[in-house]
Design a protein around this ligand. Structure first.
Ligand code: ADP
Length: 679
């Protein structure tokens, strides 16, 4: 047989020595990888297959790569948590201004977990041999565990029915009710309970079988005190990082740049955990998360396993960023895939398609982020606790810039030895004239740009003058002419055009609503790709005005001879939801009564057929967006008055916020008292 032929067909008389060497090393590495028993068994099986495979074949390389993943994955490597609440609070405050509600919730979240982790563990020892039972009780009580014993399986089940246990040590064979039944009952009652199987004649096979069914480990008789202690220690450390520190998945929801990612990073820093981030916005299908089967050429594990491999521990803080985007753009069923990752019941046995072996994700502290949560499927929302992040006011932005962003940018741009100072006016100028955003990303970019230019000036002038003060003139010099203008400055009051406030994934936004009339036969034309609910709002607004024509001085017959057209031009604003009802009614009334609508007025509110004005969501975001756009008179439903407290008083000081409960009241403000009629 020619050597080429042998190569092609994977036939060889004797395995070439280099690969034998290689496989010996692999065998040693498997032995040291601290894999769970079932994984270790699969790894040895794969190794045995490779020992019979020609090293020159693709199959051999694929197998070797696979083993490499199994060896390198941190099956039992975890970082020790820092369970010091004071330290956590310090870290959160050190990195982030404000966000009191969110920080409080995170600290409560950590406090619960710290208490759980510190609780004296409850242990059940079930064995029909009195000596074993009592010996175990003695060892465990000495180590400060709370121990209860059961003389057989039936008694163990009774104990389980009345008590919750953290750890159960159970004999495999105990008369009518054996260890397997105890394991099943324990896992059924509380999947967090860890079961250690005691076996008099344990073969690896039966132990592996019990571990497949959910046992944590096994002890074979006779065992030493050290073996018992070591196994209990392993359970405890897995519980500290896993079950005890688990809880609802936190979902940070809010506009971009409001501190969601950086706060998740701060949680990791506070707990001394590694931090991992995967953005779901770019993830197209399930295989990206869960990997491809090994039969595909170039197959690899999915993003979850790859990130765990990269960070080297099995208990990082794992940020699943932009979870709402995955739901929009995902091929297949993203909810099922995400639930499997996030659900503590399912994620202990998360099986990547490439690995084909379960990897326990339950030690991971998952945090998710979303811009808007309305689009998330209920099953997913159910598993998460939403923590809202709101837009910042200009004053808050200026404080964050001075205390956090500027010092950070000075450091990043090498200006620590000659740090410039930014006076308040220049910071406000950057915020108002060079950014228009709910969060801080643009502001950070502009400040970084100023710092870069200062750095260049420092070098070219050769001076390292201390405390160089950046004034508003410097801002214009470094950043150029202002980029954003008030959206109302250039416009006039117009008939049939009103300004609505909307809630978008980037925070609040404003958009104009236009109404016009023409001869026709009572048709209502709606354009601007309005959603169903918004179309209904428009119909309701029109019906309300028709039904109350006399009250608004409108001619009754007028509607029969005219068509009405409503258009919402802005492309970036969501065209659905009921909150534009009042704004549409004002545009119509302005048009029908020929009275110009004031350009400095922004509205929000749902209008019912009977003319009631119902409250709407996102008041803070909407008002801040209107203020950013330069509108100074804000109309909100009276029933939203309580939400004005979400805004600091200084954010409202330059605004005229009017709470209205009828169309009449809104008309008096939008169209002017009595409204001057233009013929
Ligand atoms: P998001 O994830 O919400 O888009 P980031 O966490 O990326 O926002 O925040 C953008 C930038 O703004 C980061 O540099 C962050 O440190 C800063 N930042 C945001 N909120 C705050 C805050 N409350 N205090 C200090 N810095 C903040």
């Amino acid at each position: 047989m020619g050597s080429r032929f042998k190569k092609w067909f994977g036939v060889h008389e004797q395995p070439p020595p280099p690969s034998a060497d290689e496989l010996v090393k692999v065998r040693q590495a498997i032995g040291h990888a601290e894999m769970p028993v079932n994984v270790e068994q699969a790894a040895y099986q794969e190794l045995e297959r490779l020992e019979l495979t020609n090293p020159d074949t693709a199959e051999y390389t694929i197998g070797l790569n696979y083993l490499d993943y199994l060896i390198k994955l941190p099956w039992s490597v975890r970082s020790e948590d820092n369970l010091d609440l004071k330290h956590a609070e310090q870290i959160l405050n050190q990195n982030h201004f404000g966000l009191k509600g969110v920080k409080d919730r995170i600290l409560e979240f950590l406090a619960v977990r710290i208490l759980k982790a510190r609780r004296k563990p409850h242990v059940l020892v079930a064995d029909d041999e009195e000596i074993t039972r009592e010996n175990l009780r003695h060892i465990l009580e000495k180590d400060d565990l709370d121990v209860v014993t059961a003389a057989d399986g039936q008694e163990a089940l009774e104990q389980l029915a009345h008590n919750d246990f953290d750890i159960i040590l159970t004999d495999m064979k105990m008369g009518a009710v054996d260890g397997e039944r105890v394991l099943e009952a324990a896992k059924h009652k509380n999947p967090d309970t860890q079961v250690i199987v005691i076996s008099g004649y344990a073969t690896v096979d039966s132990a592996v079988d019990m571990m497949r069914k959910g046992a944590f480990h096994y002890l074979s008789k006779p065992f030493t005190i050290d073996q018992v202690r070591q196994t209990i220690r392993q359970v405890m450390s897995s519980k500290l990082s896993g079950a005890a520190l688990r809880g609802p998945i936190l979902c940070f929801a809010g506009p971009p740049g409001t501190g969601k990612t950086s706060l998740a990073q701060a949680i990791a820093q506070a707990l001394h955990r590694k931090f991992v981030r995967v953005s779901l916005a770019g993830v197209k299908d399930e295989a990206e998360m869960r990997g491809h089967r090994r039969t595909y050429a170039g197959a690899m594990p999915g993003r979850i396993i790859q990130e765990i491999l990269r960070c080297g521990v099995n208990n990082p803080v794992f940020l699943l960023d932009e979870i709402d985007k995955a739901v929009q753009g995902f091929k297949g069923d993203p909810t099922a895939a995400l639930l499997e990752i996030l659900d503590p019941e399912q994620n202990r046995t998360f099986t990547d398609h490439y690995l084909e072996l379960p990897f326990d994700l339950s030690g991971i502290l998952f945090v998710t982020t979303a811009n808007l949560v309305d689009t998330l499927p209920p099953a997913l929302l159910d598993r998460m606790e939403i923590l809202p992040f709101a837009s910042y006011t200009d004053i808050e932005k200026a404080d964050i810039a001075r205390n956090y962003i500027i010092p950070k940018q000075i450091k990043e741009n090498g200006l620590e030895d000659c740090p410039p100072t930014f006076n308040r006016e220049s910071v406000l100028k950057i915020i108002r004239e060079h950014t228009r955003e709910a969060g801080l990303r643009g502001l950070e970019r502009q400040i970084s740009k100023v710092c870069r230019k200062v750095a260049r000036d420092v070098l070219s002038s050769g001076s390292s003058e201390n405390g160089f003060e950046i004034t508003p003139d410097h801002v214009t010099h470094y950043l150029g002419p202002r980029r954003y203008f008030s959206e109302t400055a250039e416009t006039e009051d117009r008939i049939g055009v009103t300004t609505g406030m909307f809630w978008t994934e980037n925070g609040g936004a404003i958009a104009f609503i236009e109404a016009t009339i023409m001869s026709g036969r009572s048709n209502l034309i709606l354009t601007g790709s309005l959603g169903e609910v918004m179309q209904e709002s428009a119909q309701a607004a029109l019906s309300y005005l028709r039904a109350n024509a006399a009250m608004f001085d409108l001619e009754e017959g007028f509607f029969n001879e005219h068509d009405i057209h409503i258009h919402v031009p802005a492309a970036a604003v969501p065209k659905d939801g009921p909150s534009a009802g009042l704004t549409i009614a004002m545009a119509l009334l302005s048009r029908l009564s020929n009275r110009p609508a004031k350009r400095n007025v922004a509205l929000t509110g749902e209008l019912t057929l009977s003319g009631r004005i119902l409250p709407v969501a996102g008041i803070r975001e909407k008002i801040l967006a209107a203020a950013r756009a330069g509108l100074d008179t804000i109309i909100v439903p009276t029933l939203n008055r309580v939400h004005l407290e979400e805004l600091p008083p200084e954010a409202l000081s330059d605004l005229n916020v009017c709470c209205v409960s009828s169309v009449d009241e809104a008309a008096a403000i939008t169209l002017g008292e009595g409204g001057e009629k233009v013929d």
